[in-house]
Design a protein around this ligand. Sequence first.
Ligand SMILES: Nc1ncnc2c1ncn2[C@@H]1O[C@H](COP(=O)(O)OP(=O)(O)OP(=O)(O)O)[C@@H](O)[C@H]1O
Length: 326
Amino acid sequence: MHDPAMAGPAIAIEALARTFRGPQGRVKHAVDGLSLTVERGEMVGLLGPNGAGKTSTVKILMTVLLPTAGRAAVLGHDVVRDAQTVRRLTGVILGGDAGLYARLSARDNLLLFADLYGIPYREQKRRVPELLDRVGLLGEEHKRVETYSRGMKQRLHIARGLLHDPKVVILDEPSNGIDPVGARELRALVREQVRRQDRTVLLTTHYMFEADELCDRVAVLRAGRKIAEGTPAALKKETDGQVVLNVQVDGVTEEHVARLRALPGIRSVNLTEHDSRQSLDVHSGQERDVTADVLAELRELTVRQVLKREPTLEDAYVALISGDRA
Ligand SMILES: Nc1ncnc2c1ncn2[C@@H]1O[C@H](COP(=O)(O)OP(=O)(O)OP(=O)(O)O)[C@@H](O)[C@H]1O
């Protein structure tokens, strides 16, 4: 008999949808007709701004949220009809404090979860120290988890997610809330340990550079839909020949942004606010210098600084999610 688990992609998502009913019965499309295939051994990043539908998609794959339409399968097993098998084959690595026992040591946490996974005791004795070593927690394994730094907890989450040696790993925001140095170390850990042994990894992140460092391919979501998919290098190519004009300015309104977007030669405009200071990134082609037109639109505001620069990978991503493409 044909066994679907032996062939085909690791993750197959087809026309997946999930709606929620909000206040006054308004329907919210968290995932809106998403299709995505992840081949065996691939590492694919799901990118998107807050509310894009990443967590809802991941929850459906983790079998903790039901889709309202479409289907998703892990190693050929449907996440709704065959949820138990999907859970056995999938390792989930979430961040933060949830899912760990703060009063127990790292070692006792892993032994407890190994029991829950039904890993035989002799196997636990071998695997737990080995995993603690692999994630760099050997020597700290007897300390209570509540004394751990965020980065150490994240390492323990990784060890926990790999305990039952899953074929498919779902990794949610690996470096969220971790300082840049710690985040770099964590990415190295993900590359060396999570990716091992032809494992398939689906990772969510807010950071394009993180996806670039780790992923073979990325899918960018916006409002529950996929707006771009490809290798990080291919997405970056979309900004070839573009220039970013960064304007530090105060008092920008939605109306200003709309007027800037309508100017000839402008591809996308992104407004960010930090410490109540505004910053505008205006993407345009190289063929036309838009600086004078942009400053004319902002003439009644106080412009603090104007800089022109080459686009980065992060710009490629921002241009995608703030552009008009749907
Ligand atoms: N249980 C729920 N009830 C109502 N609306 C929900 C629920 N869960 C998610 N949503 C809505 O669905 C949309 C997608 O949310 P989701 O958490 O999947 O996005 P996300 O890309 O993971 O965002 P973030 O990066 O902030 O985690 C959001 O608008 C969110 O408010």
